[in-house]
Write a protein that binds this ligand. Structure first.
Ligand code: HEM
Length: 416
């Protein structure tokens, strides 16, 4: 039998003519071989046009500084779903969901305000107790001396449990949230989570029915600090159409789910890949504070956000035309050594750990960033109290996606 051919990605990235370089292939992320391609773009064509790809033609913005500039230029680089939205993949017009991440001001700003109180300091303090209790429960149930999938038993469990808390829905329904989130981001393919768009729409309809029941109960009750009640009472969202309600639900579920989940998985993997950092952490648990943002940078749970040019514009020396698709590659900006020292190393005590692009920048910067950081912080505090080491004992499996940068399987073992 022939051995599988090992591609030399450094060689391919260095020798492919620039106009043929396509960094959007989901296999690059599934196989974790994207690094040299983005390194080449940052060096030779930081704002780069790819004429042909499985997602059609698109521009890539790959350096830290240019991504920040593009985020700030939100008048000319639109997020609006009717122009194409926020991911490299275009959605059929009738399947596009309105949600505030895929809107421009002023509607964006008004709707964002509706959910902002979820991360008000008082609410975060309340959530901290609930999250800590759940983390303790999850960690105390983990098996010893036995290989298990960290993603399933910890990353998913903890994230959906927090989301159920944010929506104030019964904990026994929490896995529905991860199912709907997976349906929202999956690429339709045979044997996949969804095989076609009809299955995705069916999952969304089920989600809408579920949440409409909650909405109806809360809209006539006193306002409460949960996301459904906030949407039902805020002036900017209380008269939403069912489709807009569905869109914003997808935003909040996906926004809080895949991203935090993959940071939890990534952290475990990185500490095993960099044992000297794991040793530093065990010696000084106070480093959790700077480690958490470093995990989020190093993982970069969303590889990119997309915009659409609303006018012809000259950007970093390139002529971008009205209607062009523009992709801001956070995954590349976070490895840009002109902005971050030794970016390919995971270093848990960086002096400025929050200098990264994983949460975006500008008017759409992640609403849930403090919540995500809090969850990771509590998790690592409780892990260090309980376990001397958790060992990764096999190769990880990664998500086939150009958008969600994630891990589906991470075999680990807790000695003891
Ligand atoms: C490590 C975890 C997370 C990462 C890496 C992340 C990443 C992002 C990114 C990249 C954006 C778009 C930023 C831009 O376009 O400039 C975003 C927006 C958003 N995120 Fe997060 N996110 C995380 C956790 C959460 C959590 C826990 C929630 C809460 C439920 C959340 C809710 C949102 C919402 C509502 C938006 C839309 C903001 C807007 O358009 O104004 N995210 N997030």
């Amino acid at each position: 039998m022939n051995a599988p051919v090992q591609l030399d990605h450094a060689e391919i990235a260095a020798t492919t003519p620039l106009d043929k370089l396509d960094v959007s292939d989901p296999a690059l992320f599934r196989d974790d071989v994207w690094y040299p391609y983005f390194r080449r773009l940052r060096r030779d064509a930081p704002v780069h046009y790819c004429a042909e790809s499985m997602f059609g033609p698109y521009w890539s913005i790959t350096t830290y500084k240019d991504i920040v500039q593009a985020e700030l230029a939100h008048k000319v680089f639109s997020s609006d779903s009717s122009l194409g939205g926020i991911t490299i993949r275009d959605r059929q017009k009738d399947l596009r969901l309105p949600m505030f991440i895929a809107m421009d001001p002023p509607r964006h700003d008004e709707q964002r305000k509706a959910v902002q109180p979820i991360v008000a300091p008082g609410n975060l303090a309340k959530l901290e107790h609930i999250i800590r209790a759940r983390v303790c429960e999850i960690l105390d149930e983990l098996p010893r001396n036995e290989t298990f999938n960290w993603v399933d038993k910890v990353s998913i469990e903890l994230t959906v449990s927090m989301l159920a808390t944010l929506f104030d829905l019964p904990q026994e329904d929490r896995r529905k949230l991860s199912y709907w989130s997976d349906c929202a981001t999956a690429l339709p393919m045979p044997g996949g989570i969804i095989e076609n768009e009809a299955q995705r729409e069916a999952a969304f309809a089920e989600m809408l029915a579920y949440f409409t029941t909650l909405w109806n109960a809360r809209v006539n009750a006193e306002p409460r600090p949960d996301l459904v009640s906030m949407l039902a009472h805020a002036p900017a969202t209380r008269d939403m159409s069912p489709r807009e309600f569905m869109g914003n639900l997808v935003l909040l579920i996906v926004g809080g789910n895949d991203t935090t989940r993959n940071s939890i998985s990534g952290g475990m993997l990185f500490l095993n890949q960099f044992p000297e950092e794991y040793a530093k952490l065990r010696a000084n648990p106070a480093l959790i504070e700077t480690m958490v943002p470093e995990i989020i940078r190093y993982q970069t749970p969303l590889s990119h956000m997309r915009r659409t040019a609303t006018a012809d514009v000259e950007f970093a020396g390139q002529k971008i035309r009205a209607g062009d698709k523009v992709v801001m590659w956070y995954i590349s900006g976070n490895r840009d050594d002109t902005a971050i020292e030794e970016p390919d190393r995971f270093i848990i005590d960086r002096p400025r750990p929050r200098q990264h692009l994983s949460f975006g920048f500008g008017i759409h910067r992640c609403v849930g960033n403090r919540l995500a950081e809090m969850q990771l912080k509590i998790l690592w505090e409780e892990i260090l109290k309980r376990f001397d080491r958790i060992e990764v004992v096999g190769p990880e499996q990664r998500v086939y996606s150009t958008f969600v940068h994630g891990i589906t399987e991470l075999p680990v073992r807790i000695p003891g």
